[in-house]
Each structure stands twice: as structure tokens, then as C-alpha cells.
Design a protein around this ligand. Structure first.
Ligand code: GTP
Ligand code: MG
Length: 489
């Protein structure tokens, strides 16, 4: 009995009997091709397995929370500390954002003065000329020729603003790129806030075709090519020329009184640089780390950032780094405004941790002036904690803007006016933070589908030194949980 008769598989693949030499050549070519395809498939499977293994080692962190809570600022701190090269490359591009922030503050003051001088420009002024607001009986503060002159002399800033916005917005999806004033209703004289300019994250704005960073990279400084140079230099020039007038406007006693009367604390608002004009409104200004962290650029959509930790910067318990060790992180920064929250959902899958900053107990949402910010944060936190997809995700709450909280409490603003069940507890930062922490902890416990790891920190993420320490602890905790889940420690 031959071997073929014994082995049915050998019989199956044996060449046909009586095969001609041409037929043999065709068959062998086909076999070679089949082998090539088989090898290719093996390679692909191998690569996929390697990728899967690597992906399991990648740590995914989402930054969630309402608008202006400090998500992008937290991300900036992460990148400043752990992605230093990319951070440095983007430094110069932030100048345009900071210049826009300055112009925005100045325009807010000017529009407030205009409303003060002519109350009919307030949106709530009735057509018959009467003002239905309860502040109608309050006398307006008299403005002088000096204010008119300053307003006139600062006029060129409007054109610079349009140019800078167009430049930053080019190539990026943008909304409300055109200025315009939004008047927030209330029993007191209205607070005026110009509509914010925002792009789909600063990176897309900076790397858009023709964006400022291109001028920097191509030209090695602000001596880049054509249009960019002109616009940026003109912006810088005009801002430098307006420095003394901007300082005079901000220091003016009448202006300060008007802002006080309208309860507008510009110094606590996003992207405030009017106290730094001597340094910032100059021709050779280069943003510092602190300036970038304080700059305000509203996020639209979801931005992805990769951070590669090297083995030496890794936490002690990890030892030498490897893909499984979670050295590669992806951080997702989202736009927090109500209309943008639907975009978060697709990013909930296999998230290791969520960092959730909250801020401001006494303010309303910009997008919905009827909703208190803290109330909105409670609801959002509850929704995120109760999500089944996120049931294993580590939750990290940042009770952020503690610096502003302290100032507000010291100035006499009472938490119990906004959170009635705070009752008669002391109105100081330590007690308020303890109360808030318990409240968020309680919501987490009650709404999480299963017990989960959570951390709570009081933060001021514009304080980069203190935040570096917090982020180190946060990073180590996330990694430890990640490795525990992967059974690696
Ligand atoms: N004083 C102070 N300002 C802060 C703090 N955290 C953030 N800010 C400022 O608040 C503004 C808003 O912060 P962002 O980080 O841009 O807010 P966001 O959560 O990313 O907001 P969206 O992009 O609109 O969702 C920025 O100008 C920050 O510099 C803080 O702890 N203290
Ligand atoms: Mg943001």
C-alpha cells in the first residue's frame, strides 16, 4: 500500500495523474500565488495581534465637563509637563489667541460703556423708549469726553480682531466667528459678554493651511511669508500702539465703577490679560507657559492628543516601560457647551479614566442663562456616572477654580444663596469644598451601576506648579488602575 492511500490529506493535495508539463507549470504558479496570499494573511494577523496588544496597553482618558470648567486648561498642563517638544513648537502660535483675548476684554468694556451712555442699546430696552428692567431707576454713571476719546482711539482694535479671527479660523470649522454682543438678563443692569470666538481646538487652527504656525516654521520667527507676516505684525503693532490707551481705560475709576455696578469681574473671566499689558502688549512679546495656560480658546468638537511617557518619567511601581505598561496615552478634550455634548458619546468606549472639572457655583451657563452652572454640573456628573458603558471607568473630579472660589467667598458671596441645603455651615473655602466633594461623591455612589474607583481633588489648574503635582498623582492612579484591570500588577 502506497503512502498516498494511507494519508487522505496527501491524496487530496497530490498532483493530478497524467498531468502535462504545461498543466504542471500552471498548477505550480497557482500554488505559489496561493502561498503568497497565505503568507500575507499570516503577516496581517500577526500585525493585528501586535496592534491589539499595543492598544490594550494604551491608556484612554476623557476630559468631560461643562464649558469653561477647565478641561482644555487641564490638558494644557498635561502637555506642558509630558509633551514638552510639541508644547514648545506651539508656543508662538498662542500669541494670536492671547491678543484676541485682550481685544475681547477691551471690547467688552467699550460695549459696556456704550450701553451705559445710551441704555437704549441694551437689548431689554423697550421700543417706546422706556426700560422695563428694574435698574431703570438707577442713575447711570456719567461718562466724559475722555471715555469717548479712548473709545475712538481703540477703534482700530476691531479691525485687528476681525483679521486675527479670520486667520485663526481659516481651515477650521468655526462658529460665531463674528463678534457681537450677548446681553445676559437679570434683575440688575445687564452683564455684557461678547460672543466667544472658537475653532475646532487650537491645534487644528494652528496647523491649518496658511495658519500662523506655518509662518513661524517656514520663516523661523515672525519673519515668515507674505500674508501671515503682514497680519500678525499689524495686529502686534496696533496692539502695542494701543497699549497706553488700553491701560488708561482699564485703570479709569469711572470704568471700574461701571463694571462694579454691573457685577462684571473681568479679572475672573476667561482669558484676562489686562493687568499684564506692559509685558503682553509689546512688539516682541512671546507667550510664557503661564500665559498659554491662561489663554482662552473655546473647544469645538473632540480633540485627540497623544502623550508618550518615557520609562524614566514613569511611576516607580511600573519599572521599565513597555506598551503594556501604559506608557502611551490618548487624551480626548471635548467642547463642553450643551449643544456639543452629543459628540461625546462615540468616545465612551473602553475609556480608562474621566477627568471631570467643575467650577463656579454662582454663575449661569452662557448657552442657557436660566441654568446655574453648579446645578448643570450635578446633572452632567450624574449622567456620566450612571452610563453603563463607563461603569468600569475611573472617575476623577476636579473641584476647579479654587482660587476664584476663595476670592468669591471672601468677598461675601454666600454658597447657601445658590445651594439652599448648605444651610448655616461656615462660608469658607475648606467647608465649601468638603461639602461639594461629599455631594459629588454621593451622586457617584448612588448612580454608578457598580462600585468604581474615584478620586476628588480641589484644583486651580491655572497654577501650573500645583497642578503638576496633582497630575502626577492622577497619572499614577490611572496607571495603577489600568494595570490592575489588565492583571499586570
Ligand atoms: N482663575 C482660574 N482660571 C481658570 C482655572 N481653570 C481654567 N481657568 C480659565 O478658565 C478659562 C476656561 O477654561 P478652559 O480650559 O478653556 O475651559 P473648557 O472646559 O475647555 O471649556 P470649553 O472648551 O468651552 O468646553 C480659561 O481662560 C482658563 O485659563 C482656574 O483654576 N483658575
Ligand atoms: Mg476647551
Amino acid at each position: 500500500m502506497g503512502a498516498m492511500e494511507l494519508d487522505p490529506f496527501a491524496a487530496l493535495i497530490a498532483p493530478p495523474k497524467g498531468e502535462t508539463s504545461e498543466e504542471k507549470a500552471v498548477r505550480e504558479r497557482k500554488e505559489q500565488e496561493a502561498q503568497r496570499i497565505s503568507d500575507q494573511i499570516d503577516q496581517e494577523i500577526k500585525a493585528e495581534r501586535a496592534l491589539l496588544k499595543k492598544r490594550q496597553g494604551v491608556v484612554k482618558v476623557l476630559l468631560l465637563g461643562q464649558s469653561e470648567s477647565g478641561k482644555s486648561t487641564t490638558l494644557k498642563n498635561f502637555r506642558m509637563t509630558y509633551a514638552r517638544t510639541a508644547w514648545k513648537q506651539e508656543r508662538a502660535s498662542w500669541r494670536a489667541v492671547i491678543q484676541l483675548n485682550i481685544i475681547r476684554s477691551v471690547m467688552t468694556i467699550i460695549e459696556t460703556l456704550e450701553a451705559e451712555a445710551d441704555p437704549s442699546t441694551d437689548d431689554d430696552y423697550d421700543e417706546d423708549g422706556s426700560n422695563s428692567m428694574s435698574h431703570e431707576s438707577q442713575p447711570t454713571i456719567p461718562l466724559t469726553e475722555k471715555h469717548q476719546l479712548l473709545t475712538l482711539r481703540l477703534g482700530p482694535l476691531r479691525r485687528v480682531e476681525t483679521d486675527l479671527k479670520r486667520r485663526l479660523g481659516a481651515g477650521a470649522d468655526e462658529e460665531s466667528a463674528v463678534g457681537g454682543t450677548e446681553v445676559l438678563d437679570g434683575p440688575e443692569p445687564p452683564i455684557i459678554r461678547p460672543k466667544e470666538f472658537y475653532v475646532r481646538g487650537w491645534r487644528s487652527a494652528f496647523v491649518a493651511p496658511g495658519a500662523l504656525v506655518k509662518a513661524m516654521r517656514n520663516g523661523g520667527g515672525w519673519n515668515g511669508h507674505g500674508g501671515e507676516k503682514e497680519i500678525v505684525d499689524e495686529a502686534t503693532e496696533v496692539i502695542a500702539c494701543c497699549r497706553d490707551d488700553m491701560k488708561a481705560l482699564w485703570a479709569d475709576q469711572v470704568v471700574q465703577a461701571v463694571l462694579r455696578r454691573r457685577r462684571m469681574r473681568l479679572e475672573d473671566s476667561a482669558g484676562f490679560f489686562l493687568n499684564d499689558l506692559d509685558r503682553v502688549a509689546t512688539r516682541n512679546y512671546e507667550p510664557s507657559d503661564d500665559d498659554i495656560v491662561r489663554a482662552r480658546l473655546r473647544t469645538l468638537g473632540v480633540q485627540e492628543y497623544r502623550i508618550q511617557f518615557d520609562a524614566t518619567s514613569g511611576p516607580k511601581f511600573l519599572g521599565v516601560g513597555s506598551a503594556e505598561g501604559g506608557n502611551e496615552w490618548i487624551l480626548y478634550d471635548v467642547g463642553g457647551a450643551r449643544t456639543l455634548r452629543n459628540a461625546w458619546l462615540p468616545f465612551f468606549d473602553s475609556v480608562n479614566a474621566i477627568i471631570f472639572p467643575i467650577s463656579c457655583f454662582d454663575e449661569q451657563l452662557l448657552e442657557d442663562p436660566d441654568v446655574n452652572r453648579l446645578e448643570d454640573s450635578f446633572l452632567l456628573w450624574k449622567a456620566v456616572c450612571s452610563s453603563k458603558i463607563l461603569k468600569q471607568t475611573t472617575m476623577i473630579l476636579f473641584l476647579n477654580k479654587c482660587d476664584i472660589l476663595r476670592r468669591k467667598l471672601r468677598s461675601g458671596i454666600l454658597l447657601r444663596d445658590y445651594v439652599p441645603n448648605y444651610g448655616d455651615r461656615p462660608n469658607d473655602a475648606a467647608d465649601v469644598l468638603k461639602f461639594m466633594k461629599e455631594k459629588f461623591k454621593d451622586i457617584l455612589k448612588r448612580s454608578s451601576p457598580q462600585p468604581r474607583v474615584s478620586y476628588f481633588y480641589g484644583t486651580s489648574v491655572t497654577d501650573t506648579k500645583a497642578t503638576a503635582n496633582t497630575l502626577k498623582t492622577v497619572r499614577d492612579s490611572i496607571l495603577r488602575d489600568h494595570l490592575k484591570n489588565a492583571d499586570l500588577v
